[in-house]
Design a protein. Structure first.
Length: 92
């Protein structure tokens, strides 16, 4: 779900039902240097990563972590509202 093209009211309409689910999300921060990312990924038990871009209808449950990741990245009140659902942040 791409929040960039949504109004703040629409974002809130989407996030309110997500908040009612009380999800526990682990964020994997991949912004580190490439070598560090590869080494850290292996330390977390993943030998190989594969990137696949799915359409929303193919993986509908990805809308929840996608929305919360957007909030964290956006910062300000959006990040504050999503903080209670982030159980862990791992730098990979």
């Amino acid at each position: 779900m791409h929040f960039i093209h949504k109004s703040d009211n629409r974002r809130k309409q989407i996030l309110d039902p997500i908040a009612e689910l009380h999800p526990a999300v682990t964020i994997y921060d991949g912004s580190a240097h490439e070598r560090r990312r590869q080494r850290s990924t292996r330390l977390h038990g993943c030998e190989a990563l594969e990137y696949r871009h799915h359409r929303a209808h193919e993986e509908p449950m990805l809308a929840i972590p996608d929305a919360l990741a957007w909030c964290r990245q956006r910062g300000g009140p959006w990040k504050a509202g999503a903080t209670e659902f982030v159980s862990d942040v791992k730098v990979v």
